[in-house]
Design a binder for this molecule. Structure first.
Ligand code: HMG
Ligand code: MG
Length: 298
């Protein structure tokens, strides 16, 4: 059976976009439940400015409470050298730098042009490399940007290539505002895979227009074997009205198991986890799967 890797981004990409702040104990319980569901890569926080993203302000406390030498990998986002200082202090095994294929989005998200951001990442990646920390690279706005509209696949390929050349072991391609459809995703993947091998690429789809599962299926057929997703479809996007967050992990796992792939995830436990965090947020899970099976008695 072929394996597909799931990178669970709910505790980071999901919670960073939730209006309601989740307390440390609940965040840690969420991460534990995700690990108990069989997920082996769980993005646990972001060492970014607390002025920019207050929901991630407790990331050092989160990382310090986790077992960083156990079977789970807990990557964190790092935008610059200050974030790298925190990553080293926390003793993380993996970080992610995050760039964009859109100049306007790069400026709004990390207050830097694309080329200035790549310079920052170069310094971060050198330090990570020296400390034996793996680095993943994100490219945002791989299909469309809330400020610039459609993004040329060539631009995505350029940024992805630059990150791979700097030493990122994997490049996650983010449809940040969920505007992609199978044809635009195919065009983008064709351009990027001409520069970076498909085996080094991951898909990161948001579900704003309900296209994420279709786009994942398309990316699978193109050869992608790693997908980012968020339990309960947590999140949203402050830059896209009505955005509904990352594709829900339960829905992705349901698709993958139905297609005969192995994910290592126990779907029933994951659905329980989805209900756990949705209840903490005072609502229903954002995933079709968890709503369809309903909440199990504790
Ligand atoms: P800046 O204001 O240009 O930073 O922000 P600065 O270097 O001028 O410093 C200003 C102040 O911020 C200083 O503090 C610094 O110490 C502090 P002061 O002296 O005024 O008290 N500072 C920091 N504090 C904590 N951690 C740091 C840090 N750096 C500076 N690392 C910065 C630049 C990059 C910091 C800011 O723009 C930022 O934090 N941006 C992060 C935004 C973010 O997290 N966005 C969400 C993640 S990306 C995403 O979700 C997309 C993704 O999911 C893929 C997809 O869907 O497309 C990955
Ligand atoms: Mg995202």
């Amino acid at each position: 059976m072929q394996h597909v890797n799931i990178v669970e981004v709910g505790p980071r990409d999901g919670l960073q976009n939730e209006k309601q702040t989740i307390d440390l104990a609940t965040k840690l319980a969420l991460i534990q439940r995700l690990a108990d569901s069989g997920l082996r890569t769980i993005e646990a926080g972001a060492f970014v400015s607390p002025q920019w993203v207050p929901q991630m302000a407790d990331s050092l406390a989160v990382l310090q409470a986790l077992d960083l030498s156990g079977p789970c990998n807990y990557p964190v986002l790092v935008p610059n050298d200050k974030g790298m200082d925190a990553a080293l202090q926390a003793g993380v095994r993996e970080i992610a730098v995050f760039g964009a294929a859109s100049e306007a989005f790069s400026q709004k998200n990390i207050n830097a042009s694309i080329s200035a951001s790549l310079q920052r990442f170069e310094s971060v990646i050198k330090r990570a490399d020296h400390a034996g920390i793996r680095v993943r690279g994100y490219v945002s706005c791989v299909v469309g940007c809330p400020y610039e509209g459609a993004i040329a696949p060539r631009k995505v390929a350029e940024v992805a290539r630059a990150l791979a050349d700097m030493g990122c072991y994997e490049i996650s391609l983010g449809d940040t505002i969920g505007v992609g459809t199978p044809n635009s995703v195919t065009d983008m993947l064709d351009a990027v895979s001409a520069q970076v091998p498909m085996a080094q690429l991951a898909g990161h789809f948001h579900d704003t227009y309900g296209m994420a599962i279709a786009n994942i299926h398309t990316a699978l057929q193109a050869g992608i074997r790693t997908f980012d997703s968020s339990v309960a479809g947590l999140g949203g996007c402050p830059y896209a009205r009505g955005a509904s967050g990352n594709v829900a992990t339960e829905d992705v796992v349901y698709l993958l198991h139905g297609l005969g792939y192995d994910t290592g995830v126990d779907l029933a436990r994951l659905a329980d986890t989805s209900w756990f965090i949705a209840t903490a947020l005072g609502r229903e899970p954002g995933s079709k799967y968890a709503r369809a099976v309903g909440r199990r008695e504790a």
